[in-house]
Design a binder for this molecule. Structure first.
Ligand SMILES: Nc1nc2c(ncn2[C@@H]2O[C@H](COP(=O)(O)OP(=O)(O)OP(=O)(O)O)[C@@H](O)[C@H]2O)c(=O)[nH]1
Ligand SMILES: [Mg+2]
Length: 216
């Protein structure tokens, strides 16, 4: 996939993400968001899909975002900022669809997620992460509906590509593409990634550079 992207974008993406990325803010509620500043890119997806791991893989840091093999690790909107000249923030989100959490917690996370995705002027792109082994589920479709109503552009990112064979991955991409036909607001291209092997990271970094270029 990487060879189809402008090598200059790949290199600029590599450089930007090799810089100093750090935690700046955690919001348990929509009332406590940080003041708007640079462009934001958010990572949404079901609990345990690999959102926090993806942020660590992108930034080449093992423990910038907190991960765990039990669902429900990230419970707030977590903001990370890059080097001053990057002009970009990454937003790690709580997962949705986590059945074992209390009803009150699920309701409060769901409200927070949907409100943030609909009403943040500096939010330029949402990456909706889908487990490459499982594909799109009903809870994912709820998020796509919210995003269709908002002004923000979004793209599907398949995760944990290292866990499946190439043929299965190709099939998952095809299925997801078919489902996206009902969501014209979605970016048509689907990215396949693995935080474990680093597959797809150069592409994702380059995509963010392109987005920054468009916004400048
Ligand atoms: N094999 C493999 N495992 C992964 C990958 N990405 C994440 N994982 C594993 O999946 C589990 C969940 O990862 P997290 O990054 O914490 O998932 P999350 O989406 O942030 O989860 P919540 O914060 O609970 O919503 C961890 O055990 C990770 O090691 C990947 O690319 N490949
Ligand atoms: Mg997390």
């Amino acid at each position: 996939m990487t060879d189809t992207i402008d090598p200059d974008l790949i290199e600029r993406g590599r450089k930007m993400f090799a810089g100093d990325w750090h935690f700046i803010w955690a919001s348990p509620s929509i009332e406590t968001l940080p003041p708007m500043g640079s462009m934001e890119v958010a990572f949404a997806g079901r609990s345990n899909v690999g959102k926090s791991s993806l942020i660590n893989a992108l930034t080449g840091r093992n423990a910038l975002a907190r991960t765990s093999h039990t669902p429900g690790r990230t419970q707030e909107l977590i903001f990370f900022e890059g080097p001053p000249n990057a002009g970009l923030r990454l937003v790690d989100m709580p997962g949705y669809g986590y059945a074992a959490a209390s009803k009150a917690k699920v309701a409060s996370w769901t409200t927070l997620i949907h409100k943030f995705l609909q009403g943040r002027a500096t939010l330029a792109r949402v990456y909706v992460l889908i487990d490459g082994r499982h594909g799109l589920k009903d809870v994912d479709l709820d998020i796509l509906k919210t995003l269709d109503k908002s002004a923000v552009s979004y793209q599907i990112v398949l995760t944990k590509a290292d866990q499946i064979k190439a043929a299965e991955l190709a099939q998952r991409i095809a299925e997801t593409q078919t489902a996206l036909a009902k969501h014209p607001a979605a970016f048509p291209e689907i990215l396949a990634t693995s935080s474990r092997t680093g597959a797809g990271m150069p592409d994702l970094r380059a995509a963010m550079i392109r987005l920054l270029d468009e916004r400048r």
